[in-house]
Design a protein around this ligand. Sequence first.
Ligand code: AHR
Length: 499
Amino acid sequence: MKKAGITADKEYIIGEVDKRMYGSFIEHMGRAVYEGIYEPGHPKADKDGFRTDVQELIKELQVPFIRYPGGNFLSGYNWEDGVGPVKDRPRRLDLAWQTTETNEVGTNEFLTWAKKVNAEVNMAVNLGTRGIDAARNLVEYCNHPEGSYWSDLRKSHGYEKPYGIKTWCLGNEMDGPWQIGHKTAHEYGRLAAETAKVMKWTDPTIELVACGSSNSGMPSFIEWEAEVLEHTYEHVDYISLHTYYGNHENDLENYLAKSMDLDHFIKSVTAVCDYMKAKKRSKKTIHLSLDEWNVWYHSNEADKKVEPWITARPILEDIYNFEDALLIGSLLITMLQHADRLKIACLAQLVNVIAPIMTEKGGEAWRQPIFYPYMHASVYGRGTSMKLLVTSPKYDSADFTDVPYVDAAAVYHEEDEALTIFAVNKSKELMETEIKLRGFEDYRIIEHIVLEHQDMKATNQKNRKEVTPHSNGTSSANAEGITAHFTPLSWNVIRLSGK
Ligand code: AHR
């Protein structure tokens, strides 16, 4: 058995957790939209053709915010193709994912669906093949009440009220050579600044996300951010980060240590934002949007064999296992530790495409193992992220040194008098953890949820719920707080209440 310690003090806080931290992402790709959220003719489809069983699972996750419509798809998308009578919409080749896009689902259908699942939409504008004009027209179409060409067109399409979309992305991964309309930092920075300017002139209430690097391994990483912010600083509110992890070497210790990479990534982007703030003598602070994050590697080989140009190509259908769920838990903890600067995060993606929810055409919908840590954080992680003191034994792995076996974060919801501690035990041994709670003396344990499994590769296929959490975690109150037993390789959620 190993020993660790966690101290929480009511006075020591990191910052408010923005609900958009628990966002997700639906792109027009693979079976995310067609056969995912939308499947007219499915026994559980509603009158608009959207699957209610999928909606129920999304509601379980309490996803507050969903990025749309891409992704790489965005950079070749004409939003005008997806509005107006469905019968008149063009079928287009999507060059990003070698798919035929039918445009059956477009802006209004997606926004209607998002309302059904109680999520706000994070709309993205195409800065690959399009630019300022298409972007400002889309803002006018979505957000202007009436009395102008684009707002009246929306009304004529049957959508009377403006949507009031608050958060908008200025393109997608524009630093990547794979992107349609890939740009240099200078080209993108100028275009993003001018687009941002007129989007905000169209609706001054919106917030904008500029594209950061596609991942921290890009050769232009950090210089890209600096140059983009050089042009856009006063026009945007967030800069994006994207990151995907995989256990390519089948090295569990190293895999679980990858949350340290995310920590480093967030710190680096925060540093460049603050450097630009100082350089520009600005009073404004740029925040971070991790608008794509997940594990993505299981499906890489299979995807090479999928037939091109069909609609709903079954690509990026990663089947997640238990060890992926542990890493997702650690990544969520890392995000909470940066709640002061990281305001938006979108688990990429939500249904079928590298997703917590899978569906079968005409059949079932089910929860992958990664569903659970994401759900626990989203449901119990609203409030103030606490600055914890964590003492843990450490290990070295292939790529990381001094990796703590225990990762932990805590969120306090003052009004509900709820304190939740999230912890991952990366050790193969039981971890006895003394949790000291200062200022929470009268709080009692409501529940200790645990996600654990003997087989790190266990999955949840259709009709097989191998990896599911239980509430039999062992935590007991003592004079100073709690003694918690984190079982080997486990995700833990300790819920406390002051009521
Ligand atoms: O989420 C899948 C893809 O990953 C997105 O389309 C792209 O932005 C990223 O490279």
